[in-house]
Write a protein that binds this ligand. Structure first.
Ligand code: DX5
Ligand code: ZN
Length: 230
């Protein structure tokens, strides 16, 4: 698999909720590659963040592609509304449905990218039999639900396992995304393990005030691009 320059994906649950429009505009102007929108229902995970209406408003306002990360107990209810709202990729949790294959086909049928996310306790190998449907494979490096958690010990190994699965199954175009505590300390090791899309939240991009987003994105990109420079 040819290494790709890693994509920088801003986690908007970590943006200023009182000024979301200005945050989206500033990040787009600063050259971010994607917007990651965490949708939670307080049931699948014990928290509530962005909802369907906010994500639709973000998708309508942004020129940057929007990816929705569904952490909900009934993901089926969100697929068509999100696709109609202009979201480019819908990422669902393997653990959130009994009928994962059906759900992934439903996302594909809605005409958007198919994302599959794996909790830290879900074996990477469990993606094997649906991987042919997946455009974005997301490895959670924290338990989902909250920003600002610690990077889990087996995280890097799991990213490498996911990369190996994609290579073995010829999924060259599937993005390998990492979500949770992705920052200046952890980016070198997750990129070396094969990650090519990085979800940036409270421990990296949103540590700085809005006027410093261009500098912070440039620094994160330099850190992520290290293997291309070498
Ligand atoms: C976790 C969320 C992430 C989180 C990542 O469920 O999906 O988007 O905000 O950012 P950190 O860990 O750096 O706060
Ligand atoms: Zn997320």
């Amino acid at each position: 698999m040819t290494p790709r320059r890693p994509a920088l994906n801003a986690s908007l649950m970590c943006a200023d909720p009182m000024d979301l429009g200005a945050e989206v505009a500033a990040l787009a102007a600063a050259g971010i590659d994607m917007f990651h929108c965490d949708i939670m229902d307080g049931v699948f995970v014990p928290n509530v963040t962005l909802g369907l209406y906010q994500v639709a408003a973000i998708a309508a306002a942004a020129d940057v592609p929007v990816e929705a990360h569904l952490m909900v107990s009934r993901p089926e209810d969100y697929i068509e509304p999100l696709a109609e709202a202009g979201v480019r990729c819908i990422t669902v949790h393997a653990e959130s449905t009994v009928h994962l294959s059906r759900l992934l086909y439903r996302i594909a049928d809605a005409g958007v990218g198919v994302g599959l996310s794996l909790n830290p306790a879900t074996p990477v190998a469990s993606a094997e039999d649906v991987i042919h449907l997946v455009d974005l494979l997301q490895v959670m490096t924290v338990d989902p639900g909250f920003a600002g958690q610690a990077f889990l010990p087996r995280a890097v190994e799991r990213v490498a396992e996911a990369g190996a699965l994609l290579r073995r199954r010829g999924r060259d175009r599937t993005l390998l995304q990492v979500d949770g505590s992705v920052n200046l300390d952890t980016i070198p090791e997750v990129v070396a393990a094969g990650a090519d899309s990085l979800v940036l939240g409270s421990s990296s991009l949103f540590q700085v005030p809005r006027d410093q987003y261009p500098d912070r994105i440039a620094r994160l990109r330099r850190t992520a691009d290290v293997q291309f420079a070498g």
